[in-house]
Design a protein around this ligand. Structure first.
Ligand code: PBG
Length: 325
C-alpha cells in the first residue's frame, strides 16, 4: 500500500517511536577499549598519531581502568610497548614483560575483562609479526613464540588472548598450549580476517612497529583486501581451530566482510575500528560521527566493537540520556 495510506514518517515522528522501532542499538555493552602500556614510562604521554589517545605507564593503569569501570565498559584490549626489541621478540613472552605486569596490575584493581594482543611486531627489532629468516616471515617457528606469549599472558591473569599475527595455525597452537598449561578457561579472540590495511598507519607510529627489515609490508601474512572469500575461509578455519570469538579488522571500510561473516557463522564477531578510521572520524570534530559509525558496524552484524572512541562515545551517550527523556 502506498501514499497516502502509508506514511513512513509516522515511524519517525518522535524520539520515542524511533527508539521503539529502531533495530540496532549501541551501549557500553558493545565496546572494548584499546589500551597501550609502555615499559619504563613515568607518566602517560599523548600519542601524536592518534589524537586523544595515550601511551600509559604501569602506574597510570588504575586510573584508566577506573574510568572504564565507571562507564561500564566490559573489557579492554591491551597492547604492550617494550623497552627493548629483539630479533626473536623475546620480550613478548617474558614473564616480567610489560603486558604481563600490566595484566597483573589491572587485575589487582578491577575485574574488567582483559584481552591481550598476541603478536610479535612491537617486540621484534625488524618490526614484523613473526620470525624473519632470509627475508621471509616463517610461519611455524613463529607459532611457538605466539603460544609461549599467550601462556605468559594467561599466567598473568588475562581473560582472553587475541592473536593478531595472521600466522596459519595460530589459534590451534595457542588453544593447545593454553589447555596444556591448565588455562582451559582462558578464551581466544582471533584476529581472523585481518587485512593488510593502510588504515593501521597511526597505530604503527604509536607502538613503533613498522617493518624496517625484510619485506616492506605485511602482505605475505595479512589478508589481501581484494579477497572476500579467502576472508571467510580464515574465519571458518579459526572457528575450527577453537577460536571463541572471531574478529574482522578494519571495521568501517569492511562492513561487507562483517555482514558476510554474520550470515555464515554463529560465533561471536568483533570488529576492530582501527587507528586510521578513528583518526579520520575524529577529524570531523563531532562525536556523533563516531557513534554513527559504530551503529553502522553493529548493523552490519558485529556483536561488539574495539574502538579508541569507546570512552568518548559512552560519555556522550550518558550525557545524552541524562539530558533527554
Ligand atoms: C599488531 C596489530 C596492529 C594493529 C593491531 N594489532 C598493527 C599491524 O598489524 O600492523 C592495528 C590497530 C590499529 O590500527 O588501530 N599486529
Amino acid at each position: 500500500m502506498s501514499f497516502p495510506k502509508t506514511r513512513l514518517r509516522r515511524l519517525r515522528g518522535s524520539r520515542k517511536i524511533r527508539r521503539l522501532v529502531g533495530s540496532v542499538h549501541l551501549t557500553s555493552d558493545d565496546l572494548v577499549y584499546p589500551v597501550f602500556v609502555k615499559e619504563k614510562l613515568k607518566r602517560r604521554e599523548p600519542i601524536e598519531s592518534i589524537p586523544g589517545q595515550y601511551r600509559y605507564s604501569l602506574n597510570d593503569l588504575p586510573d584508566v581502568i577506573e574510568k572504564c569501570d565507571e562507564l561500564r565498559i566490559p573489557g579492554i584490549l591491551l597492547f604492550g610497548i617494550p623497552d627493548k626489541k629483539y630479533a626473536l621478540g623475546n620480550s613478548a613472552f617474558d614473564r616480567k614483560g610489560v603486558v604481563q605486569d600490566a595484566v597483573m596490575k589491572i587485575k589487582a584493581h578491577s575485574d574488567i575483562l582483559v584481552l591481550t594482543d598476541v603478536c610479535m611486531c612491537a617486540y621484534t627489532s625488524h618490526g614484523h609479526c613473526g620470525i624473519l629468516e632470509k627475508g621471509r616471515i616463517v610461519n611455524d617457528k613463529t607459532l611457538a613464540v605466539l603460544a609461549k606469549t599467550a601462556v605468559s599472558h594467561a599466567e598473568a591473569g588475562a581473560d582472553f588472548v587475541a592473536p593478531s599475527a595472521m600466522m596459519d595455525g595460530q589459534v590451534k597452537i595457542i588453544r593447545a598450549a593454553l589447555d596444556k598449561g591448565g588455562f582451559d578457561d582462558v578464551g581466544v579472540m582471533s584476529y581472523s580476517a585481518k587485512f593488510a590495511s593502510h588504515f593501521y598507519g597511526p597505530f604503527r607510529d604509536a607502538v613503533d612497529a613498522k617493518p624496517v627489515e625484510g619485506p616492506k609490508d605485511r602482505k605475505s601474512y595479512q589478508m589481501d583486501y581484494h579477497d572476500l572469500r579467502q576472508a571467510m575461509r580464515e574465519v571458518s578455519l579459526d572457528i575450527e581451530e577453537g577460536a571463541d570469538i572471531v574478529m574482522v579488522k578494519p571495521a568501517l571500510p569492511y562492513l561487507d566482510v562483517i555482514s558476510e561473516a554474520r550470515k555464515r557463522f554463529d560465533a561471536p564477531i568483533s570488529a576492530y575500528q582501527v587507528s586510521g578510521e578513528y583518526k579520520m572520524l575524529k577529524s570531523l570534530n563531532d562525536l556523533w560521527v563516531l557513534y554513527e559509525s559504530l551503529i553502522a558496524i553493529k548493523r552490519a552484524g558485529a556483536d561488539f566493537i574495539i574502538s579508541y572512541g569507546a570512552l568518548e562515545v559512552t560519555g556522550l551517550l550518558n550525557e545524552h540520556w541524562h539530558s533527554r527523556k
